[in-house]
Write a protein that binds this ligand. Structure first.
Ligand code: NAD
Ligand code: GLY
Length: 380
């Protein structure tokens, strides 16, 4: 009995590491089980000195189950930490929330070598990262993502920011974390709808560049339930996704080229989020609908097969994701597309699929085609 407990302990301490090899800001993404509470030791490994002041930013859903032991681990390692709990949700991703983090940074006397830790989903990560990027012109920060979406996407790559009333993520900065610490066990408390939303980004990696991952997802019976998927499968999915993201970010940290491919499905996704009011659709859900929409655009242009499009749709449906285009005013869609960050020199830019595992960036999409597409999508 004692022996088997010992074995379980050893297995749970195994940590997989994916490196993000950026020339100026290299860091590790560490993935494992029950590692949230070794945050103090992880910081010591990074040579962060005892006595360093740390602001942990979280929200009630995450802080309630996890923050007490998290903060204790920091104190045990000699850090002076303070917890700031702010309301989460996409509608909170505003400059007002950044002010709250800056105020707490002031009260907790954060200095240049102090640290901000984001303990939460992508909203907390984007906001805490942006506050760190702007406090004293930039202090270090660490991502501890607790949603599947933030684990596979938002926590890696250094995009931080908040929304502007006229568009998503329009205010932001590139600021790489010093470490990303992923504890898969936190997914046990994540609502199923949120888990599915994260799976949209995983499926995205399959379509944009990893047909092996796509096939693995096709072979997996269930894509919407953490318990049914099982620890080993989730670990593999997270590792493959983080590697896919790291590969692209290493090649193009500031999105001057291929990083734009990560926005597959996001151009229409952002329009949906923007026009329906942040919060109605989860980010991953909007991306799912966006992937189907841009797939249809590629079919209309004769660039993608209906067969691959239906493989994509099947996978999204298996993850319990929405695929149907919502009713939206066409002129508002066009206006929103024109205000999107992906407009370059006045031209609409889309990441279009060619095959499972292959996409490309196209500036050859005309407004007329978007109008036709919406008529088509509304009829599907
Ligand atoms: P989120 O941060 O809003 O989290 C979703 C919900 O789950 C919230 O209500 C949160 O309180 C709750 N939650 C989080 N972890 C939990 C846990 N372990 N147990 C119980 N509840 C938990 O949403 P998200 O999907 O993680 O992130 C979406 C955001 O990420 C969007 O704002 C999007 O723009 C951004 N994003 C950023 C990048 C990037 O590169 N920076 C990439 C993709 C998405
Ligand atoms: N999620 C898109 C990016 O990180 O570039």
């Amino acid at each position: 009995m004692v022996f088997s407990k010992f074995i379980i302990y050893i297995v749970k301490q195994e940590i997989c590491t994916v490196k993000v090899n950026l020339a100026n800001n290299p860091y590790e993404v560490r993935v494992g089980s029950h590692i949230l509470y070794s945050i103090g030791e992880e910081l010591r490994k990074l040579q962060i000195k005892a006595g360093t002041r740390i602001l942990v930013v979280s929200n009630p859903d995450v802080a309630t189950p996890y923050s007490e032991i998290f903060i204790k681990s920091l104190s045990n390692a000699g850090y002076i930490s303070k917890l700031l709990v702010i309301n989460a949700g996409e509608e909170q991703k505003t400059t007002q929330s950044i002010s709250l983090i800056h105020n707490a940074s002031y009260e907790h006397q954060l200095e240049r070598n102090s640290l901000i830790i984001a303990l939460g989903g992508g909203v907390i990560g984007d906001m805490a990262g942006f506050a760190a990027a702007t406090w004293l012109r930039g202090i270090p920060f660490i991502q501890v993502p607790t949603t599947l979406l933030a684990m596979v996407d938002a926590s890696v790559g250094g995009k931080t920011g908040v929304n502007h009333p006229n568009g998503k993520n329009l205010i932001g900065a590139f600021h790489q974390p010093k470490l990303v610490l992923i504890d898969i066990d936190t997914l046990k408390t994540l609502p199923r709808r949120e888990f599915s939303a994260g799976m949209a980004e995983v499926i995205k990696y399959g379509v944009i560049g990893d047909s092996g991952l796509f096939q693995k997802l096709e072979e997996t019976k269930n894509l919407s339930d953490f318990e049914l998927l099982g620890y080993e499968t989730i670990l593999e999915i997270i590792k493959k996704s983080v590697k896919a993201k790291a590969y692209i970010v290493e090649k193009d940290e500031k999105e001057n080229g291929i990083r734009a491919l990560l926005n597959y499905g996001h151009t229409f996704g952002h329009v949906i989020e923007n026009l329906t009011g942040y919060g109605k659709w989860l980010h991953g859900e909007a991306v799912s609908i966006g992937m189907v929409a841009v797939g249809q655009l590629s079919i209309e242009k004769g660039l993608w097969s209906k067969q691959d499009a239906s493989r994509q749709k099947e996978l999204l449906l298996k993850a319990d994701l929405p695929v149907k285009w919502p009713k939206l005013d066409h002129d508002s869609v066009i206006r929103s597309l024109q205000g999107d960050k992906k407009v370059k020199e006045g031209k609409l830019r889309f990441v279009l699929p060619k095959a499972i595992g292959e996409v490309f960036l196209s500036s050859k999409v005309e407004i007329r085609e978007i109008n036709n597409l919406m008529n088509k999508l509304e009829g599907i």
